[in-house]
Design a protein around this ligand. Structure first.
Ligand SMILES: NC(=O)c1ccc[n+]([C@@H]2O[C@H](COP(=O)([O-])OP(=O)(O)OC[C@H]3O[C@@H](n4cnc5c(N)ncnc54)[C@H](O)[C@@H]3O)[C@@H](O)[C@H]2O)c1
Length: 270
């Protein structure tokens, strides 16, 4: 693709591994200069930066816990201080918790909400203020999930925060449209990252069964790759998506398009 992102400056939260890394590498391959945010694993983030530089691109790593307002502000400021501006913000950082709503502790619920929803909120506000004051537009893209739309047992705070990200983004899209800033969501289906290790690497019979069930539920019959999310983000970051704002783009192999779970042989419940 040539999406003309040369010299655009992108901040990607949680970009040391997984989908965030895939997004950072794709944006860099399209010419963007990338701020690779990480919270703990500096070595992984440095490796992403090195990969981008080795390919002739420009990147830097910045530590920040995006769930903390001051950290998010420091991340955005570091990007502006180093690269002079921010054109693209990708809110990717996210965590999952697998507990029934009636049993999850308040601390764990808070931790997921703080990272997933407040992370998106803080970074969007700090970057949004910068984009508005610069007056040359911008792109904000947040990574949500099929589970912002389709509930899944024991993923209460995860599903709730992803749905919140979808609505927050529509709201922000409306408020920032007069400033030429677009705000969109990429809602991912099941993607091969550490979050899903049991699904694609484990040989335990129960995990194999789970993987089989997940694959049956996806019309395209396969799990997605981080780069496939990255390419959707790159599209929404580009002028090819100039009239798209407030959208939720599903990158899910058809998961949400099919309303009823599939039964073996591919037949749906009538
Ligand atoms: N993998 C999937 O199947 C899938 C599906 C739908 C949506 N998503 C979403 O995609 C995003 C990335 O998920 P992934 O699968 O790559 O997971 P991952 O665990 O591999 O990566 C998440 C990254 O976010 C970082 N992070 C966590 N808390 C942070 C914080 N407070 N501040 C900064 N960074 C933080 C982690 O260190 C990690 O690098 C998440 O928002 C996730 O909800 C993933």
């Amino acid at each position: 693709m040539d999406l003309h992102l040369a010299n655009k400056v992108a901040v990607v939260s949680g970009a040391g591994r997984g989908i965030g890394k895939g997004i950072a590498l794709i944006l860099a391959s399209e010419g963007a200069r990338v701020v690779v945010n990480y919270v703990k694993d500096q070595a992984a983030a440095d490796q992403v930066v090195l990969t981008i530089r080795d390919a002739g691109g420009d990147a830097m790593a910045v530590q920040a816990d995006v769930g903390i307002c001051e950290d998010a502000e420091r991340l955005i400021k570091a990007a502006i201080d180093h690269f002079g501006r921010i054109d693209i913000l990708v809110n990717n950082a996210g965590i999952v918790s697998r507990k029934p709503i009636l049993e999850i502790s308040l601390e764990e619920w808070d931790r997921v909400v703080r990272t997933n929803f407040y992370g998106c909120f803080h970074c969007s506000r700090h970057a949004g203020r910068h984009m508005v004051s610069r007056g040359t537009g911008g792109k904000i893209i947040s990574i949500s999930s099929i589970h912002g739309r389709v509930a899944k047992a024991n993923l209460g705070p995860y599903c709730s925060t992803k749905a919140a990200i979808d609505m927050f983004s529509k709201q922000l899209a409306v408020e920032l449209a007069p400033h030429g800033i677009t705000v969109n969501v990429v809602a991912a289906g099941t993607i091969t990252t550490d979050i899903n290790i049991p699904l694609y690497k484990s040989s335990r019979p129960e995990d194999r069964q789970l993987k089989e069930a997940v694959l049956k539920r996806i019309p395209m019959g396969r799990i997605g790759e981080p780069e496939e999310v990255g390419r959707a983000v790159a599209f929404l970051s580009s002028d090819a998506a100039s009239y798209i704002t407030g959208a939720v783009l599903y990158v899910d192999g058809g998961y949400v398009a099919e309303g009823t779970p599939r039964i073996s042989g591919g037949g749906g419940v009538p």
